[in-house]
Design a protein around this ligand. Structure first.
Ligand SMILES: Nc1ncnc2c1ncn2[C@@H]1O[C@H](COP(=O)(O)OP(=O)(O)OP(=O)(O)O)[C@@H](O)[C@H]1O
Ligand SMILES: [Mg+2]
Length: 310
């Protein structure tokens, strides 16, 4: 089994009477890409700031590569590279000067390491221009290069696709996957783009109101989406069609407008279609409907909110 790179143990964070993070515990393993998903104010940035030692928890402890961020900050932080909210890049220096300056804060980062990260983030052609002449997305890339310079074991990225163009998003996804696969780096990433998370993460944690609502591997989510697959059949009389399906197959389809929704079953669907036709129902269309991560995410939030005492 691979090693734990991050251990979050019973973390609570309060601001006065407001509980922003409520007794969170989870682990991230070597080479894992772990996604934080949650609506505005869920607590994603707060947790990332705690992991990077930028603020202190009210209770609980965080370990990076076995070192406590609270008690052994300098050792723990050596293993962390981060890009959280306003990135720290100096506008009056070139991208390269920024990286050289930052490299000087660590031991053992040579020029070839700087050139490597510049290439990884796709900034080779503009690296000697002043940062103030960069677009927002280019500054994001420099910030990512900074985070990668000292070869961290854990890379923490708070909404890194913010401000990137479509091509930049695809490139970032490739870069993150490559880093995790080739260097075994663990990556913690937050995003509002759910489809994006589905494509890049191995594991997803859904947050709301500072609580961890769900922790799932993408594989298990994909199995859920398949199990929830339906066939939508558009008919002239959906209520009548439902009755036919119920009496013939003991299945009660859901009605969605002029469609009935039946389970995706390769044997059953043609039988249902034949039964409907034989009763004189007109069929206009039959198509498969897949649930995606977004549907599942919204269901998780809805269900947990329903259970929540207000
Ligand atoms: N310094 C602070 N003082 C008081 N409350 C704070 C402070 N920082 C954050 N909060 C509160 O903590 C909660 C979580 O904020 P946080 O920024 O972690 O959310 P988020 O999940 O990152 O949201 P977003 O998706 O908008 O980035 C919010 O209710 C916010 O108002
Ligand atoms: Mg945030």
């Amino acid at each position: 089994m691979s090693d734990k790179v991050l251990e979050v143990k019973n973390i609570t964070k309060r601001y006065k009477n407001l509980t922003v993070l409520d007794n969170l515990s989870f682990d991230i393993f070597e080479g894992e890409i772990f996604g934080f998903l949650g609506p505005n104010g869920a607590g994603k940035t707060t947790l990332m700031r705690l992991i990077c030692g930028m603020s202190k928890p009210t209770s609980g402890e965080i370990f990076v590569c076995g070192y406590s961020v609270q008690k052994e900050f300098e050792k723990a932080i050596m293993y962390v590279g981060a890009m959280i909210e306003n990135c720290q890049v100096y506008p009056y220096m070139t991208g390269y000067q920024n990286l050289t300056y930052y490299a000087g804060l660590y031991k053992g980062i040579d020029q070839s390491s700087i050139d490597d990260v510049v290439e990884i983030v796709g900034m080779t052609s503009r690296i000697h221009d002043k940062v103030k002449t960069y677009s927002y997305g280019m500054r994001q890339r420099i910030a990512l290069a900074q985070a990668l310079l000292h070869h961290p074991k854990l890379l923490v990225l708070d909404e890194p696709t913010n401000g990137l163009d479509a091509n930049g998003v695809i490139e970032l996804r490739k870069t993150l996957k490559l880093l995790a696969a080739k260097t075994n780096m663990s990556i913690l990433v937050s995003s509002h783009i759910l489809a994006e998370m589905e494509q890049v993460c191995d594991t997803i944690a859904v947050f709301n109101h500072g609580k961890l609502l769900e922790l799932r591997t993408i594989d298990s989510i994909q199995k859920m989406t398949q199990a929830e697959r339906r066939v939508s059949i558009k008919v002239d009389y959906p209520n009548y069609a439902c009755k036919i399906v119920l009496s013939s197959f003991n299945i009660e389809p859901e009605i969605a407008g002029s469609c009935i929704l039946v389970p995706y079953d390769i044997e059953l669907v043609p039988k249902i279609i034949n039964a409907l036709k034989s009763k004189g129902i007109k069929l206009y269309e039959a198509k498969t409907i897949n649930k995606n991560l977004e549907d599942i995410y919204l269901e998780i939030l809805r269900n947990k909110n329903r259970n929540k005492k207000i």
